[in-house]
Write a protein that binds this ligand. Structure first.
Ligand SMILES: NC(=O)c1ccc[n+]([C@@H]2O[C@H](COP(=O)([O-])OP(=O)(O)OC[C@H]3O[C@@H](n4cnc5c(N)ncnc54)[C@H](O)[C@@H]3O)[C@@H](O)[C@H]2O)c1
Ligand SMILES: [Zn+2]
Length: 257
């Protein structure tokens, strides 16, 4: 593993040409410079709440009002935040590579989409989408706050004589990731590529299955890079680890300044 301890050193650059395929994986750290707290940061996202209370199906069943208050506050905060140079660098790389690029993000804050990323798999859902807690209707775009007042109910379920609450379209603890999302990532890695790069940024490497993607990518022959503000749980499994902030490192690393 090569490690660049400071950004003062001459900055490495990932060579990208017309044979290069890039799978990027991002976590909460990529949005830290936009003012959105990371999960394990000192001012953790779940501040004041136990994870099970606000991010599990059991928590929602026990107190849906609290869960909607929590996610309404997350929506408000994310809506006020702006994408930073890290988000924009990944969108610029996609612009350049087209279908040879895929971004898998664990973030739910919509900032990649707002920066212009379209080949995007949101592994843990999206804050601004809502779905029914009972039926399998499609999740839909929803920017509303349900911090106060009545909780939103599914009209389709009501027509069938059932009362069912809407819930945030977020993968909660104890829930499965969407197999279709995992299939897209796997399919991308399985495609024949002369030069395959796996680039992870702002992720602590403890949340599965994202933390294991580096190993899968390596088995498929990828050169692997990690950009993180501190050593991650899985840093040693990457070929290259750059210690630094994604908003400062990614534009230069990807040559899209
Ligand atoms: N922005 C969001 O959407 C958001 C925020 C918090 C939590 N979450 C959810 O909680 C889970 C947390 O897991 P995770 O691994 O993504 O995040 P994490 O909070 O566990 O880890 C974030 C990592 O980013 C690093 N980091 C902090 N600032 C950075 C910066 N400026 N540049 C580079 N790295 C930086 C930290 O050192 C840490 O290792 C996610 O799966 C996500 O679903 C999402
Ligand atoms: Zn329903």
């Amino acid at each position: 593993m090569s490690q660049c301890a400071t950004q003062g050193d001459s900055q490495p650059r990932i060579a990208v040409d017309d044979r290069t395929h890039v799978l990027a994986l991002t976590g909460a750290g990529v949005s830290a410079e936009s003012g959105i707290a990371t999960f394990r940061g000192a001012k953790g996202l779940w501040e004041g709440h136990r994870i099970e209370e606000v991010a599990s199906p059991e928590g929602f069943a026990a107190d849906p009002q609290l869960v909607w208050r929590f996610y309404s506050a997350r929506r408000e905060k994310a809506a006020l935040a702006q994408p930073n140079p890290g988000h924009r660098a990944l969108a610029a790389l996609e612009e350049r590579l087209g279908d040879r690029f895929l971004l898998a993000s664990q973030n739910v804050d919509d900032l990649h989409g707002r920066a212009g990323s379209t080949r995007l798999v949101e592994l843990h859902g999206n804050l601004f989408r809502t779905r029914c807690s009972e039926c399998d209707r499609e999740p839909f775009r929803d920017e509303k706050s349900y911090a106060a007042g009545p909780l939103p109910q599914c009209d389709l379920c009501l027509k069938q004589g059932r009362r069912a609450l809407f819930r945030p379209h977020i993968v909660w603890f104890g829930e499965m990731l969407d197999p279709e999302d995992l299939r897209r990532v796997d399919e991308f890695l399985a495609r024949p590529a002369e030069r395959l790069i796996f680039l992870a940024a702002g992720t602590s490497g403890v949340v599965w299955p994202a933390a294991g993607l580096v190993d899968l990518a390596r088995r498929r022959g990828a050169q692997t890079w990690l950009v993180n503000a501190e050593p991650a749980e899985n840093s040693s499994r990457f070929h290259h680890f750059i210690l630094g902030k994604s908003g400062e490192v990614l534009p230069g690393l990807l040559g899209v300044e």
